[in-house]
Design a protein. Structure first.
Length: 316
């Protein structure tokens, strides 16, 4: 696998979790104040406006709806998936909604609220709040099996939570140590395996039934995203240092790193197209970082108009 092409997208604003609608071949890319909707060639096909501090997008094809988590507004925007028409904006029950997930089994949307240290659960059809689930820490990224089981990393406690989506309660809390500061999470539903990635350059492979850590593997620095492709059996970690780690299990259930693919510095999140088995990673060019103020971290500015999406795959 290698970078096959670079989609020159441009536009202002940072980015976070990119989402793919494989049925229509559309990418949903959060850009701070709105969500850009692109085809797989990087051409704009629409936009979801007024999503202040947007982090993620969840899709409910069965309801013809999409949902965005608006971190600065403390809201969720609901739109019609087929037309991209905005239908409603609703308040979350916790501050800074970050990652977002749709559970098809219960037809519910979960926003994972970072500062609120909880999750808001909405009825995806009526948009009523069904409940609030305390996290006892800062939730990061979720994964689900589509059958009523939802999992989420808790960054500041280095834990993985198992949630009963029907009962709206945490069923189990599992330690992810030696992995710390967990960020991205992905799931191999068929084999009940979870792939959690952390700030200390590790991926943990976890049994989703017991919480047992089956393997830990080295990944790159600055990872913020994990993905799994059931068609190839590959698990991915997108590393902000500019690499993509590929992990695979063998017939005996042992997991190994099969390759490390050069990408681009800052390409820290990703999404997999399960039809083509290609990986899409947002990235950009950055200028020199300004001098940091005491007690603060200095971030380099993004070069205007340089936003792009890398396409990684095995063929032309």
């Amino acid at each position: 696998m290698a970078v096959l092409k670079v989609l020159k997208v441009g536009g202002e604003g940072g980015w976070d979790y990119v989402t793919l609608d494989a049925e229509t071949g559309r990418l949903f890319v959060p850009r701070s104040t709105r969500v850009m909707v692109l085809d797989l060639a990087g051409k704009g096909v629409g936009e979801i406006p007024n999503t202040a501090g947007v982090h993620g997008v969840a899709l409910a094809q069965d309801l013809d709806r999409g949902f965005t988590s608006n971190g600065r507004a403390n809201t969720m925007t609901v739109f019609k998936l087929s037309t991209l028409e905005v239908l409603k904006e609703v308040k979350t029950t916790g501050e800074n909604p970050d990652a977002i997930l749709y559970d098809a089994a219960t037809k519910q949307v979960f926003t994972f609220n970072g500062r609120g240290q909880n999750a808001t659960v909405f009825d995806a059809a009526t948009l009523e709040v069904k409940g609030t689930i305390p996290m006892s820490g800062k939730p990061e990224f979720p994964a689900g099996d589509g059958k009523g089981h939802v999992y989420v990393n808790v960054e500041d406690t280095s834990e993985l939570l198992a949630i009963d989506a029907k009962a709206l309660k945490v069923e189990a809390r599992w330690s992810l140590k030696p992995l710390v500061d967990p960020t991205g999470l992905a799931m191999d539903v068929a084999n009940q395996r979870l792939f959690a990635v952390g700030g200390n350059k590790l991926m943990a492979v976890v049994d989703a039934r017991t919480g047992k850590i089956l393997a830990t593997l080295p990944i790159g620095e600055g990872c913020d995203g994990a993905a799994f492709d059931p068609g190839t059996g590959n698990a991915y970690a997108s590393n902000g240092e500019g690499t993509l780690t590929v992990v695979r299990g063998d017939s005996k259930g042992h997991y190994v790193t099969v390759s490390t693919i050069p990408t681009k510095k800052g390409a820290r999140t990703l999404v997999v197209d399960e039809k083509t088995h290609r990986v899409f990673l947002p990235a950009a060019e950055f200028g020199p970082a300004p001098e940091a103020q005491p007690g603060q971290r200095s971030r380099p500015p993004m070069v205007a108009g340089s936003f792009q999406i890398l396409v990684v795959g095995a063929g032309n």
